[in-house]
Design a protein. Sequence first.
Length: 117
Amino acid sequence: MKKDWLTPEELAQQTGFSRQTINKWVKKEGWTTAPKPGVQGGKARMIFIDEQVKTFLKSTRHATEPTAHYRVNQSSLSALLVSSLQQLSTDEQEKLTALLLREGIQGILQRLGIRNA
């Protein structure tokens, strides 16, 4: 966090918590706040990001699952087929769809010489 003052929305985006949770902690933990300049009504506040706030946020556990990176084995047949189909033009996709509906996978395999008649 590089800025000294953040809105609850900005702090929520940076930490992954909801804006409502941030506002709850502001009241509960007694964090230093100031009115947001240019906003009337007194509701919009800025939170001073001091060591107390940083320490609290570091010590708080996230309920969300950490981001996982999933990778499909690129040599798998299904991945190769999907990749190939995505490279077809719209016209080619429509023609292949019609062929599949008309002849089925067995007809296509037979045309390719992969399946015996």
